[in-house]
Design a binder for this molecule. Structure first.
Ligand code: NAD
Length: 435
């Protein structure tokens, strides 16, 4: 902590404190720092995706890797050395060994891709040590944890970014350009969903049906467990935290049928998974209202067999976009009255600079590479992080708030203002840079 305090004192003396401080990472002479020094906590499936993406970026080191599974850590180390970088120090001594790793004074950025319960404690400690956390989704599981991230970021002056990759999709960013250029007029309503059957491969072991770590949440909670992939791009389309904000949420859940039926079909009616009761309903529908009169509907839909879908739909006073149809209708512009036309030509015309100038690489159709590169370059240049702590928690708070609403018979729940009023005067920052 002393080191942190000294660093903040240095920034103040250098005349660059407060206004830019929330985005500044650890380091002594920022402008001379060329290499971004990265640590990893959790190198399972998603952590490995991030290692692959990071290894495509020039001037980085991955000096530390932590995982309770030493084989996973060794696999990660092998990927790093095969790419020609020095071998990282491994932290594999139990589930709190990440604390020792975060005490190192040679890390600028830490990627956190562990089970959910660790995200906030790890990100908080990273910030306290002057290290920028890039934390997987959701960044927090409760409103209290959301405030922990905001309070720590504001107090330490260190930024925090949740790695919500769908905010960086080519189509979603082109749509954002169109929204900002007024093609849809005033935005009125958005629909989004995370329709992804994760029962067979993620919540439970594919071969045995045994619980993986996320299964615990299906047994204990009934809420939108995973809202960030749906709502990620919606934040910027709706100017959330920069001109508007969510004010309330109302959520309703169906009964829980899909998980039991999956076990009956795959493992037979005597498998324990076929009989026990899951708290989590199959579909959760949340309606969020904004201060400026918009509504956003989000569907949690992760436990019924179906193809992947996000079903983004955006409606304004001058047109409508449907991701499901890959179509658009703009009043007075589309050739046939009140008929959809293809979105593809619009996606080309309004393609975001990030995709034109940087482009995608790696997983999720190139989105992982773009997202991670933008994060690393922001840390390298001491610039605002692509998604900030307020964006991160506003997406994540839906987990807890949707559960509260369901528990109270779908009562509306007040949505906290994590910006403490700054939303009213803040200008949009996301994807506004020159790429
Ligand atoms: N953005 C996306 O598209 C996407 C996709 C999948 C998962 N995720 C997110 O990534 C995170 C990880 O998911 P996953 O599928 O990779 O899970 P996983 O189980 O494959 O990996 C988690 C890793 O964390 C390690 N771990 C657990 N406790 C630890 C601790 N205390 N200290 C250090 N390491 C620890 C495990 O050993 C494992 O290697 C989750 O938060 C999930 O929501 C995001």
């Amino acid at each position: 902590m002393n080191d942190n305090i000294n660093r903040r004192r240095f920034l103040k003396i250098a005349g660059i404190a407060t206004a830019t401080a929330p985005f500044i990472s650890k380091g002594v002479m920022p402008e001379q720092q060329k290499t971004v020094r990265i640590g990893f906590i959790g190198v399972g499936a998603r952590g490995t995706d991030h290692i692959k993406a990071m290894l495509l970026i020039k001037n980085i080191t991955i000096s530390a890797v932590c995982d309770v599974d030493s084989e996973a850590a060794k696999r990660a180390a092998l990927m790093i050395t095969k790419a020609g970088l020095p071998a990282p120090t491994l932290y594999v001594e139990g589930e709190l060994n990440w604390q020792q790793m975060l005490e190192r004074d040679d890390l600028d950025l830490v990627i956190i891709a562990t089970p959910w319960k660790w995200h906030t404690p790890m990100a908080v400690m990273a910030m306290k040590h002057g290290i920028v956390p890039g934390v997987e989704v959701p960044s927090s599981l409760s409103v209290k944890e959301c405030w922990d991230l905001v309070d720590t970021s504001e107090k330490t002056g260190v930024g925090c970014m949740m790695l919500e990759c769908w905010s960086f999709r080519n189509d979603n960013l082109a749509l954002l350009n169109m929204v900002r250029q007024g093609l849809f007029g005033q935005i009125v309503h958005v629909h989004c969903a995370h329709s992804h059957n994760c029962i067979p491969h993620w919540f439970f072991d594919q071969k045995t049906g045994l619980d993986r770590w996320p299964a615990e949440y299906l047994l204990k909670y009934n809420r939108d467990q995973y809202p960030t992939h749906s709502v990620g791009p919606v934040l910027s389309w709706c100017d959330i935290n920069c001109g508007d904000r969510f004010t309330s949420i109302t959520s309703t859940a169906t009964g829980s049928f899909g998980i039991n039926d999956y076990f009956i079909q795959k493992f037979g009616p005597d498998h324990p998974g076929a009989k026990r009761k899951y708290a989590q309903g199959d579909i959760v529908t949340s309606t969020l209202k904004t201060a400026k009169g918009k509504t956003v509907v989000i569907n949690y839909d992760m436990q019924l067999p179906r193809p992947y879908d996000n079903r983004w739909m955006l409606q304004g006073t001058r047109g409508v976009y449907s991701e499901e149809r890959n179509s658009i209708y703009l009043s007075g512009k589309s050739p046939r009255y009140e008929n959809y036309e293809s979105f593809a030509p619009y996606q080309n015309e309004f393609q975001h600079k990030w995709w034109k100038e940087i482009g995608g690489s790696g997983g999720h159709g190139g989105v992982d590479g773009l997202q991670d590169k933008l994060l690393v370059e922001a840390v390298r240049t001491k610039s605002p992080l692509p998604l900030d702590v307020y964006d991160s928690v506003v997406m994540s708070a839906i987990v807890d708030l949707s559960g509260l609403s369901i528990e109270k018979g779908s009562m509306p729940i007040e949505f906290p203002d994590f910006t403490r009023g700054k939303w009213a005067t803040s200008r949009p920052k996301f994807a506004c840079d020159k790429g």
